[in-house]
Design a binder for this molecule. Structure first.
Ligand SMILES: *[C@@H]1O[C@H](CO)[C@@H](O)[C@H](O)[C@H]1NC(C)=O
Ligand SMILES: *[C@@H]1O[C@H](CO)[C@@H](O)[C@H](O)[C@H]1NC(C)=O
Ligand SMILES: CC(=O)N[C@H]1CO[C@H](CO)[C@@H](O)[C@@H]1O
Length: 258
């Protein structure tokens, strides 16, 4: 699903309004306090469950467990009838992750009532529930891309090369260091593009293996190339991986300069 071009102006207006409010409240608050709702999907083909059913009981059990440990940043549960994943953005582990999970679950109940399968994306977390075993598997179907309405202009071809290399570099960082970092499969960095600083982020859900993380990134970058090319900023999100670039710092920390 591509975002309509009206999405971005609305968000820009929202950010301006928020910025003014934040200025009034506390000029010290930084970017990473926002947690915008991005998208959701009710997996209609998986059907609905009934109140009191076994599915509901298992779901309640898992959600309760996730609730108590969601500040760990990632939780996954899967059997043949139900899988659930909460994955927080790499810089939003801890209490922020817990809050995002609580928000996401409440919103999913409201937006996809009684659907067995449902996914919701926020800036700071992803919550996915589905009625089959899907842990460790790349989800090729549930994905979308949003782009800045502003075109890059200028050297579009050079930019394609740059965002592609940048994404590769970030994926290498995320994957290579996944065993010993606190936030595996996540990286955020920056690079120059013709005198402008380009900021980027890559993340795969922790249940994937390194090869699957790569495959997910490559698949989506090709699938959404028209959304990514020649834009002042864009991001794709799937159930399994995400990539974002902007010409402004959208995270508090873009640590690595690559
Ligand atoms: C933003 O995130 C960074 C790193 O996670 C953290 O150190 C900082 O305190 C956060 N800022 C706010 C205002 O929450
Ligand atoms: C990617 O990484 C290589 C090797 O570290 C570096 O030379 C190059 O500038 C990076 N490019 C981008 C766009 O990040
Ligand atoms: C590819 C990469 O960034 N590797 C880094 C992984 O983490 C170690 C220790 O934190 C660094 O020394 C490597 O450069």
């Amino acid at each position: 699903m591509y975002s309509s071009s009206s999405t971005v102006p609305k968000r820009v207006i929202l950010i301006h309004v928020l910025a003014i409010q934040l200025l009034l409240i506390n000029s010290e608050l930084s970017l990473n306090t926002t947690n915008a709702y991005l998208n959701h999907k009710c997996l209609v083909s998986q059907g609905k469950y009934k109140p009191g059913s076994k599915y509901e009981q298992r779901l309640k059990f898992i959600i309760k467990r996730f609730y108590s440990v969601s500040n760990k940043g990632y939780q996954g549960f899967g059997d043949s009838t139900l899988s659930a994943i909460i994955q927080c953005r790499g810089d939003s582990y801890g209490p922020k992750c817990h809050d995002c999970f609580a928000t996401a679950f409440a919103a999913l109940r409201r937006r996809c009532p009684w659907y067995k399968g449902r996914i919701i994306w926020y800036d700071q977390c992803l919550l996915s529930i589905d009625a089959k075993y899907s842990i460790g598997q790349i989800d090729y179907n549930n994905n979308f891309c949003m782009s800045n309405a502003k075109k890059l202009g200028g050297d579009a071809f050079a930019f394609i090369i740059t965002w592609n290399t940048f994404m590769d570099n970030l994926t290498t960082l995320a994957v290579d260091n996944n065993t010993n970092k606190l936030t595996p499969f996540y990286s955020a960095g920056k690079t120059w593009f013709k005198g402008d600083m380009l900021y980027g982020m890559v993340q795969c859900t922790i249940d994937l293996n390194p090869n699957a993380c790569w495959e997910c990134m490559v698949f989506n970058s090709i699938h959404f190339q028209h959304c990514l090319n020649d834009k002042r900023g864009a991001r794709f999100m799937s159930r399994s991986c995400t990539f974002r670039f902007e010409f402004y710092p959208f995270l508090a920390k873009h640590v690595q300069s690559i």
